[in-house]
Structures are given as structure tokens and as C-alpha cells.
Design a protein around this ligand. Sequence first.
Ligand code: B16
Ligand code: MG
Length: 217
Amino acid sequence: NKIGFIFDLDGVIVDTAKYHYLAWKKLANELGFDFTDEQNELFKGVSRKRCLEILLDIGKVKATQEQFDAWMVEKNEDYLRYIENMDASEILPDVTKVLKYLKSKEVPIALGSASKNAKPILEKVGLLPYFDAIVDGNSVTKAKPDPEVFLIAARKLGVRAKDCVVFEDAVAGIEAANNAEMTSIGIGDARVLSGADYNFKDFTEIDLSFFENLMNT
Ligand code: B16
Ligand code: MG
């Protein structure tokens, strides 16, 4: 069977979570409350709109539709400023090595991200050429843990869902991969991502023979 690999972006390929955090924190502070690093965990893999809903809940802030839309724009403009100068140095350890290896094996690779900024980020860090398909926040209607993003990625790769392997750093993302009946690989804290089929702290922990084994089963 042909097997496909699907990568989440934020927290798996690059650490943009810190920039999302700074932008949300700035907005929270403007609205008169604090937003902690811990609370930011809830935002991983979650759409921008849902993040703002959660943020306003945390601050007990009520918003009109107009304010809500304006804050969505403001957060994204701030985020875009933070990521403006991103470059290859922000690629997480051994990600490029793994992508190079998979390319050398001619296996199809997709991006499956909730972010509407995914493509420019891949471009900035120079990884866009590795991806055969990009599925991001612009092409999905249902957010993780719905499996939509990964199912579209599988279809674009021409690989059956159950033959796909997903790398994810978010609980919602692992659930989405499991809901799609794909092999889920948690990147990060194994206690947080206990629903994953396999867990690794980061890509430096994964031996290339692990991929070899996945491809031969
Ligand atoms: P944007 P991923 C997700 O990306 C982030 O983890 C999440 O924190 C963010 O709110 C979401 O993208 C939307 O991002 O505002 O750029 O559209 O982890 O699914 O790659
Ligand atoms: Mg993520």
C-alpha cells in the first residue's frame, strides 16, 4: 500500500505558537486582562475564530459582532508582524532531515494545518517544495478534532486515509487523526498527547528506521 505523511504546521514544523501567544496576549492586555502561557495550550490547533471566543470567555468580555471581527483582524495583523522575519532557523530540530528522507523515498507529503497563514510560513522557512499538497485553514470548513483537514489531505495525495500517518502537537489534532482512522504521532508531551498511537518529544527522538517500518507494514 502507498503510504502518505501529513504534517501539522504550528508546533510540529515550526514553533509559531509563541507568536500566536504574543498576539493573543497583546489583545488580552488591551482588553484589560492577562493571558497566560498555560491558557495558550488551549489554543493549539484551534481556529482563529474559536481562539478569540475562548479568549473573550477567559476575560469575561462581551463583544458585538463588529468588535469581534475587528479583534480577529487586529490579532492577525499583529501575528503577521511577529512572523514577518521568520526564516529557516525557526524550523524545529530534525524536521528538514525527516522531510529530505521521506522525499528520497518518494512518499507523498501533505500539510494539514488549521492556520490560514500556513503557505506563507512554509515559503518563509523554505520548506514549501517538500509538500505535494497543502490543506490549511482556507480550505476546511470544520475544525480539528473533525477529521476533515486530514481527509482532504489524504484525497489530495491519492492515499487511503488508513494508510496515512499524521504528526500533531495538539490534542484536537491527534483526535482529528484518530477520527480519520489514520496513524497518529504525537510530537510533544506524551502525557498531554496520550491519545496518539506513538509519542515522541520531537523529531530528534525518531530514528529513520521508524519511518522505514511504517512504510513496510
Ligand atoms: P491562523 P496548526 C493552528 O495551526 C495553531 O496551532 C492555532 O494556535 C491557530 O489559532 C490556528 O492554526 C489558526 O491560525 O490564525 O494563522 O489562521 O497547529 O493547525 O498548524
Ligand atoms: Mg499544531
